[in-house]
Design a protein around this ligand. Structure first.
Ligand code: RIB
Length: 309
């Protein structure tokens, strides 16, 4: 089967991940229990997840001409990602992310500086029209300017491409953006920040999902970590449970794993619920490994987990 084409409009940054029992207080220094650098950025992580899950992933972004930019090119080449819509920005460095990973829970806290990708513009989207038009799905996030995400979703709609907005990190946007989304995929925190509603229980998630639909999204898909994901909209209302995993090592990038896997499955024509299960399996494997992009599973691994039930 030909690999299903998925365009990813987003950023690459170098992840600098520190493991420690807790974050330091202001003015305090604490000793770490591990450090690792590697490829990151939500867009790039989603492209790598999509490629390993069996998709023909195409990256639309900007990077600098520097060591972190070389890290990006190496990571994309290793996973066969199309880089014809990647611009080398001569005026800005590739970005980086500070990632704190709790040695107690595997949970994370992140500061991301988008670097060259902060200059990703609607003109870059226009230049990538052929890449978008020939894709089945376009996925974007909010780590580059929101006006660029809006341009990407608009371009995808023009060509009948399925649109996914992963609104991460949550930033203020006009409601008009939701009208361009076939799927909007926040986690609980983002759903709460964007709707102003508390999102703790499944009922809360449904109320938030209804709010995204009221604002114009065809479907809202709220990811609920270890509980799974709740879908509401044209595709109906479904709670899809997460896969039980023996040990969570690191949750950083789990949302990207989910979104990358979900995008490929949709691009292959799977039903929304099947695509969510595929996304949950992708994320369920990634949380058992350290790192973000490096933790993304292969198609064979995803299928083995799906087959095991
Ligand atoms: O979703 C995880 C990603 O968010 C990290 O790779 C980090 O770079 C930030 O962009």
């Amino acid at each position: 089967m030909a690999r299903a084409p998925v365009a990813v409009l987003g950023i690459f940054v170098a992840d600098l991940a520190f493991r420690a029992p807790r974050l330091p207080l202001m003015g305090e220094t604490i000793l770490g229990q591990g450090f690792k650098d590697g490829p990151g950025g939500k867009g790039s992580n989603q492209a790598i997840a999509a490629a390993r899950a069996g998709g023909d992933a195409r990256m639309i972004t900007r990077i600098g001409r520097d060591t972190f930019g070389e890290m990006a090119q190496k990571a994309w080449a290793a996973d066969g990602i199309d880089t014809s819509a990647v611009v080398i920005d001569e005026t800005a460095p590739t970005g980086a992310a500070f990632i704190f990973v709790s040695t107690e829970t595997g949970n994370n806290a992140i500061i991301v500086e988008s670097g060259a990708a902060a200059h990703l513009s609607p003109d870059d989207v226009a230049a990538a029209e052929a890449v978008i038009a020939s894709s089945r799905v376009l996925i974007t996030q909010f780590e580059q300017p929101t006006v660029t995400a809006l341009a990407g979703l608009t371009m995808a709609r023009k060509h009948g491409v399925i649109t996914i907005l992963n609104p991460a990190p949550a930033v203020e946007v006009t409601d008009a953006i939701y009208g361009l989304c076939d799927y909007v995929t926040p986690n609980e925190t983002e759903a709460s920040a964007l709707t102003g509603l508390p999102v703790v229980t499944e009922d809360d998630a449904l109320a938030a999902a209804k709010e995204f639909v009221r604002r114009g999204a065809k479907n809202a898909l709220i990811t609920l970590g270890g509980k799974g994901a709740l879908l509401h909209g044209e595709a109906g209302t479904h709670m899809v449970p997460a896969f039980k995993v023996p040990r969570v090592v690191e949750t950083t990038g789990a949302g990207d794993a989910f979104n990358g896997g979900f995008a490929v499955a949709l691009a292959e024509g799977k039903s929304p619920v099947e695509a969510i299960r595929f996304g949950c399996a992708t994320a369920g494997i990634s949380v058992q490994r350290p790192g973000t992009a490096p933790s993304m599973p292969t198609r064979a691994e995803i299928e083995a987990l799906l087959a095991s039930g």
